[in-house]
Design a protein around this ligand. Structure first.
Ligand code: COA
Length: 234
């Protein structure tokens, strides 16, 4: 069975050759970023997506067609969709960029810098039962980071993103393996969604959500080694 792959990069991996892989829509987005780091995060996400999908489909990265239309406004900042598959999800935070790719069904990836998870986010992050646990036992920054990455990964797998409030989702306790326990208004989803805790490196937390995947599917995680070649190719 084809594994689900998660490829990780850091900002130091970006090369001029990666920009050359982007299509005109992506270059337009790239050019609108004012800060170098934002530009590089976007470029790396798009380049990894193109190389990984191109390899899976046996075509060159430049020829991969990616629909990025936002469901709300049509602008090309939405979830990346490859007509006919595979499914992909992109996430970036701080120095880290990740791309998940699956032949089995929709995936959602979220990586967050640990320092950003503090009590100020608890109000719009935690469901009522989770808040009660937090009030009773206290909640560490690591626990908040676990809830945050689990919920955003789940919302990215469905494609809802933050249009759906994070407090409508309930997750397993942070010390337990990640699992969607409940989703207000979507009782079908807990039985259809599998989740994995990922290892993006020190100072970061990450989670992967997979919808309608085979129960025994393998998830592999590795540095996106193929970015480091002179032409940015595998
Ligand atoms: C998707 C979303 C949760 C990402 O949050 P984040 O933690 O800030 O960012 P991440 O780095 O984890 O993810 C960004 C990536 O998510 C992807 N993405 C965007 N919208 C998405 C969606 N609805 N579902 C899944 N993935 C989405 C893109 O690939 C994006 O990468 P890119 O900027 O390089 O193209 C957030 O942007 C969102 O909710 N967007 C949709 C709602 C919205 O903003 N609508 C108004 C626009 S008109």
């Amino acid at each position: 069975m084809e594994p689900v792959a998660v490829w990780w990069a850091t900002l130091a991996d970006v090369r001029p050759a990666h920009e050359a892989l982007l299509d005109s829509v992506e270059r337009g987005r790239r050019e609108r970023y004012l800060r170098d780091a934002d530009r590089d995060r976007f470029t790396l996400g798009a380049a990894i997506t193109r190389i990984a999908v191109g390899t899976a489909l046996g075509i060159s990265p430049e020829h991969v067609r990616i629909d990025r239309a936002c469901d709300d406004c049509g602008k090309p900042h939405g979830r990346p969709v490859i007509d006919g598959g595979p499914h992909v999800s992109v996430s970036h935070s701080g120095d880290r960029v990740g791309v998940a790719i699956s032949a089995h069904g929709p995936v959602g990836l979220d990586v967050e810098e640990a320092g950003r998870a503090n009590e100020s986010i608890a109000g719009h992050l935690l469901a009522p039962a989770e808040k009660a646990d937090a009030a009773a036992a206290g909640m560490s920054p690591d626990a908040l980071l676990a809830y945050w990455t689990r919920k955003e990964a789940a919302l990215k797998a469905t494609g809802d993103g933050l249009r759906v409030g994070l407090t409508r989702l309930s997750m397993s306790a942070p010390a337990d393996p990640p699992r969607l326990v409940g989703w207000e208004g979507r009782p079908d989803l807990p039985g259809r969604m599998a989740m994995r805790r990922l290892e993006p490196g020190p100072g970061y937390g990450a989670c992967l959500a997979m919808i309608d995947h085979p129960a025994a599917v393998d998830v592999t995680e590795a540095p996106a080694y193929f970015l480091r070649g002179p032409a940015g190719r595998p």
